[in-house]
Ligand binder design. Sequence first.
Ligand code: HEM
Length: 408
Amino acid sequence: MPDIAFDHQDPAFVTDPYPVLRRLQETAPVFWSERMGAWLVTRHADVRAAFRDPRLSSDRIRPFVAQLQPAMKELVLPLGENLALWSVFNDPPQHTRLRALMGKAFTSRAVEALRPRVAAIVDELLDAIERRGGEFDYHREFAYPLPATVIADMLGVPRTDVDKLKKWSDDLAQFVLTSRANPEKYRRAAAGMAEMTDYFDRFIRGRTEEGGGNDVTTALLAARERDDRLAHAEIVATALLLLFAGHETTTQLIANGLYWLLRNPVTLADLRAHLDDQRYVENAVEEMLRFDGPSLSMVRVAAQDFEWHGQRIGKGERVFLFMSAANRDPRVFAEPDRLDLRRANAGEHLTFGYGIHFCIGAPLARLEGQVAFPRVLRRFPNLALADANPPWSDSILTRGMLEMRLRI
Ligand code: HEM
């Protein structure tokens, strides 16, 4: 095994993971990281194949909870039970069932119908930024509230509850998205999950009694009634999953994308010249998803022993699929480290995963990007970074900034 000092918490990796990932890709495509106690997979073809490989299981919550110390286990058990009902943490046949029912509620028609609403939310947020003027945190004032408000609207949750839900969801992220064990974080995650479950439990019961509205929650309830298959706890869990999966990732698409545009003035000028060209804008969003999208990696657990690129993967070992590395694989993308909004195969990125778990929210995330970027750029012709080196999150799963200060 080549001697690559892989430290995902090294500040240089946190700021720019791509050089180290490229070295892994070239010299050790299936790499055992002592520090993470896990395998890392970095080539495009391998990551894509892994997403479709039944030897790599998505059922990663149950084994994780099972190996905890008794005191910790007791603390996170209710949390684990809810997460175990999330489609994303299940294999077939349980996944197939949850996904099919979710698909009935989360249709492309429901998403497309949101376009005018998304535009209105974008404009409201930009109005507020423009009124205040000067310097602002794009993350806090735009990239976060946009997807959070959109998904709340889509679920039928009152906008006034968005901040509360965001806080619980952030607490939960400490469990789902970080790899470091820390009792305090687990305690907060468990409390956040309990509050969110309680909230959605009441909300969904209310929807059932009122006969519902024109939203995804009502559609989930209807899907259950028709097929008599989604239990109340599963509906609560699915609503939580949609809320959770639906905002932080999209926040990062909207922030990372703008960050790299502002750092590439020629590319930005080309986009500014094509804001009315829907196809150009669609491709630009795909390239932003590829170039430095929200997905650093995704985890699987080996369901059996097997050999891969000369390595022996043991049953129960974790395998991190680095979509970020795959998205810069020179075997697939010419000049992968260049942001090229006209790139013909930008859409081959793996940012939304691949195979049976392919992101069900991809059409919504794309729509938000396609609506947001042109409106932001039109509104602020002189937008500039106030801090050229913003702080990046040290999560191993997601790639995003903690804040992004801009000047209008
Ligand atoms: C740019 C934004 C987004 C990115 C990068 C992203 C990324 C992903 C990825 C990589 C997966 C696959 C997980 C796996 O294979 O284990 C996934 C699944 C999922 N995403 Fe997204 N997502 C985004 C936005 C959204 C939105 C807006 C929603 C919903 C409103 C959403 C809902 C889901 C759900 C429910 C799943 C699970 C699907 C399943 O288990 O079959 N995502 N997402």
